[in-house]
Design a protein around this ligand. Structure first.
Ligand code: ADP
Ligand code: MG
Length: 257
């Protein structure tokens, strides 16, 4: 059993001049294994800030509330400890790691999470199998992480990590961005394989309904101006697709400082 709990989370970002601006204004969300949650919201509503805060990015300062995984304080963990605890975070804009090949990066990550290095031959076999499932060319393993990757390659690489690291809870920020429909299907199938295995939960952050046609969420949370303003089932995503975020934004705008 695994539960990611976000409780009354308030997060500010340090502006260039050093002043703090509050972005998240009290977020409450619980993701259990076996559940898929979607956070949907307009641009600038703070969706990525939520992902960065959970990841422990130093620019995002938690001023109130917290995040726990199975009762353990996630925000107090090192990045490594978060991964070992079973949390996987895929960022909207993943960083480039020149000089580090995909296969080296993945083997290092797998070693950190599993607590021991897999045998090279076993690992290569496992990695190639996962790459095959994601229709990733074998040569991809020798490229530098995210360097010159297309949008689609970045997102496939994330799902490849997801398959190999096998976390308990995966937080995926805009995993559908920059994907054509074929890549979207492959990525969605990867997420579906992951969540079909017992003991896995997904928090899918997305601006568009598109990916939710392939990865049907159990719960949809509408996110506006740094907080959840409405919650429902998958039908809510369809309503948002038709009507946009407009009906949620006027009240929210009134609260923006
Ligand atoms: P979303 O992912 O929903 O589009 P973000 O979390 O990226 O929204 O951004 C929410 C708000 O916080 C925006 O107004 C954005 O400009 C601001 N923000 C996010 N990160 C930073 C940062 N590192 N420095 C300054 N402002 C930021
Ligand atoms: Mg974002």
């Amino acid at each position: 059993m695994s539960t990611l709990t976000i409780k009354d989370l308030r997060v500010s970002v340090a502006e260039a001049d050093g002043t703090l601006r509050e972005i998240l204004r009290g977020v409450n969300l619980t993701v259990r294994d076996g559940e898929t949650h979607a956070i949907m919201g307009p641009n600038g509503s703070g969706k990525s800030t939520l992902a960065y805060a959970i990841a422990g990015h130093p620019k995002y300062i938690v001023t109130q509330g917290g995040v726990t995984l199975d009762g353990e304080d996630v925000l107090a963990m090192t990045v490594d400890a978060r991964a070992r605890a079973g949390l996987f975070l895929a960022m909207q804009y993943p960083i480039e790691v020149p000089g580090v090949s995909v296969s080296n990066f993945l083997r290092t990550a797998v070693t950190a999470v599993r607590g021991e290095a897999p045998k090279l031959r076993d690992f290569m076999k496992e990695m190639r199998g996962a790459m095959g499932d994601l229709a990733i060319d074998a040569k991809f393993a020798e490229r530098s992480v995210n360097e010159g990757f297309s949008g689609g390659e970045k997102k496939r690489h994330e799902i490849l990590q997801l398959e190999l690291l096998d976390p308990k809870i995966a937080v995926l920020d805009e995993t559908d961005s920059g994907l054509d429909v074929d890549a979207l299907k492959v990525v969605a199938e990867g997420i579906n394989r992951f969540r079909a295995r017992p003991g896995h939960g997904v928090l899918l952050i997305t601006h568009y309904n598109r990916i939710l046609e392939y990865v049907r969420p159990d719960f949809v949370h509408v996110f506006v101006a740094g907080r959840v303003v409405e919650e429902g089932g998958p039908e809510l995503a369809e309503i948002l697709e038709k009507e946009g975020y407009e009906r949620f934004t006027p009240a929210a705008e009134a609260t923006v400082s």
